[in-house]
Write a new protein. Structure first.
Length: 306
């Protein structure tokens, strides 16, 4: 046989707690943002449930009975415990961050800097997850996402999300010093790059967009050269002398400073500055101003500017 329910509904208890706190049905209704008749029905249902009078209606003021005073004290304490437990859990979650990031940026730029963020914010537990694709923010798959978005792509943020642009860095061709030496004198302008060994990520689109900024028309056929899919694999291939890659300072600055890569320069017509996309920080709108996420976002903006 099914046991009878021993706990009143939450709606009854909320109405009673609000009534005792506010001192009247209409004031309780205002607190709960419901019609006063709803509160009145919940109070009557609660009294029927517990089998005793909780409200003295004889004097027209509708004050609590002695049983009502004692019950309200204990119900209020229970609601406070629930509130405190919820606040503690939310604060704990607020100090944890799961950030998705495109693999190339995570490997070359973000990961080496995270130690500085951790030292400045030791109370925040941080998890970085390099991913090829963006998270599903509608199911809280991540707290935020950092990704490279081409200028010609759809610029509408995901539903219930907002984003900011961190940087739109110029891109430029890079190669190993040995490869650059092997083409010395052969690179007079952007047109000459077409006949050289070009390295691609998942497609030839970035090279096509770059050539477009240089005013170079390309045939419709697919451009030759290996597809390496990830920016860090692409740059590793360039550093080992396998060909010419497109890069920016977020991906290749350290490698250029160390001499592992050189930015190619034509001997006759200089390359035009070219920006074909930007790095964007995306997060759910309802999490945008949470403490940990706001601190990470502000730190990220400062790092990107530097």
């Amino acid at each position: 046989m099914k046991a009878s329910r021993s706990v009143p509904s939450l709606a009854m208890l909320r109405a009673f707690e609000a009534f005792g706190r506010a001192g009247g049905i209409r004031k309780a209704a205002q607190l709960l943002k419901v019609d006063h008749a709803v509160v009145s029905r919940h109070l009557s249902a609660l009294e029927a449930f517990v089998g005793t009078g909780l409200i003295d209606r004889s004097n027209g003021t509708r004050s609590l009975t002695p049983d009502g005073v004692e019950y309200h004290r204990r119900i209020s304490a229970a609601f406070q415990d629930i509130s405190n437990a919820t606040l503690m859990l939310r604060k704990r979650h607020d100090q944890q961050l799961l950030i998705w990031c495109s693999p190339g940026l995570a490997y070359h730029w973000l990961s080496p800097r995270l130690v500085d963020f951790s030292l400045a914010h030791p109370d925040i537990a941080f998890e970085l997850r390099p991913m090829d694709y963006a998270p599903d923010m509608s199911i809280n798959e991540a707290d935020a996402d950092i990704r490279y978005v081409r200028h010609n792509a759809d610029t509408v943020p995901p539903k219930d999300c907002r984003w900011i642009e961190l940087a739109a860095p110029p891109i430029y061709p890079v190669a190993s010093p040995a490869f650059a030496e092997s083409i010395a004198g052969k690179l007079r302008d952007a047109q000459d790059l077409q006949s050289m060994r070009l390295l691609h990520e998942e497609s030839d689109l970035e090279w096509r967009l770059w050539f477009e900024t240089q005013g170079v028309r390309l045939p419709d056929s697919t451009m030759a050269g290996p597809r390496l899919w990830h920016a860090h694999v692409l740059l590793d291939a360039a550093m080992s002398g396998q060909g010419i890659a497109l890069a920016n300072d977020f991906l290749a600055r350290n490698e250029r400073l160390s001499g592992q890569l050189v930015a190619l320069q034509p001997t006759e017509t200089p390359f035009k500055p070219a920006s074909i996309g930007s790095y964007r920080f995306t997060a759910r709108t309802d999490r945008w101003h949470s403490n940990a996420l706001a601190r990470f976002r502000n730190w990220l903006i400062r790092e990107a500017k530097e």
